[in-house]
Design a protein around this ligand. Structure first.
Ligand SMILES: [Mg+2]
Length: 266
């Protein structure tokens, strides 16, 4: 019975996918967030590289790694060897460059916590930078999955912990698999800007383009949002799927965004 249906099959398929993920969002039992360019405005490793005066070099490696010839671990190792984040410089960096939270994230996470929905941060970034963000958002540090920088006794850089699940390609998927197995989550949602977030095999994925728009994610995410207020509104207007408007939010603020045809750095 196709009478009355307008539009082609693919757009119908897309709207069906979006409807399913919106329903999953309303009934989620666990929400995982990427950090760089999602919970936080910037990419921390890029900012750290600039702080260490090796911004362009690190950027060149990131671009090379994105060609697909280098594992995440190798790319991380190569960039950190250039950055040489000593304990002292890292402390200065954290003082001079506190992470900037994306508009709406505090309200969104408060709302999830009010509803007793567990929230996790899953990132290829570092505990030393992400843990203060988690504290700010009242997320327990046990819910943070990130990489751990290692230091020698004199504070000089000594590598990173390769036992962390997030320290190699496919790491975010490993964390999600681990969480689902451990806590038996059935409707786990991953929210992030990057292809690695989309490919992490969550029960549902929401693409986030509030800070940077990744072409691959925008084109393939079942639901792509530009503001966390859309997710808040979805909860608050929780009536029927069809009655939800994405554009009527008086508080919705769309900042200037970066645009990228490339996948993310971490
Ligand atoms: Mg990201």
């Amino acid at each position: 019975m196709t009478k009355g249906i307008t539009g082609n099959a693919s757009s119908l398929e897309i709207s069906k996918q979006e409807e399913l993920i919106r329903q999953l969002w309303l009934n989620t039992d666990c929400v995982c967030f990427d950090v760089d360019s999602t919970v936080c405005v910037e990419e921390a490793i890029d900012e750290l590289a600039k702080f260490q005066q090796v911004g362009p070099l690190v950027e060149a490696i990131t671009r090379n790694a994105m060609g697909g010839n280098m594992s995440f671990r190798k790319a991380l190792q190569t960039r950190l060897n250039l950055i040489q984040p000593t304990q002292q410089r890292l402390e200065q960096f954290l003082i001079n460059h506190p992470s900037q939270l994306t508009d709406g994230i505090i309200e969104l996470i408060n709302l999830l916590h009010e509803r007793h929905i567990p929230v996790y941060l899953i990132t290829g970034g570092f505990h030393s930078i992400v843990d203060p963000v988690a504290k700010c958002l009242n997320i327990p540090l046990t819910n943070v999955f990130a990489n751990r920088l290692l230091f020698n006794n004199d504070g000089s850089y000594a590598g990173f912990d390769e036992n962390e699940m997030t320290s190699d390609s496919g790491g975010k998927g490993l964390v999600i698999e681990y969480l689902k197995k451990k806590y038996n989550y059935k409707r786990l949602i991953m929210i992030g800007d990057g292809a690695t977030d989309m490919e992490a095999d969550a029960d549902g994925f929401i693409g986030f383009g509030g800070n940077i728009i990744r072409e691959k994610v925008r084109d393939n995410a079942p639901w792509f949002i530009n503001s966390f207020y859309q997710l808040i509104d979805e909860f608050q207007n929780n009536t029927t799927i069809n009655s939800i408007s994405q554009t009527n939010s008086h508080h919705q603020h769309i900042p200037t965004r970066r645009f990228s045809t490339e996948i993310e750095a971490n």
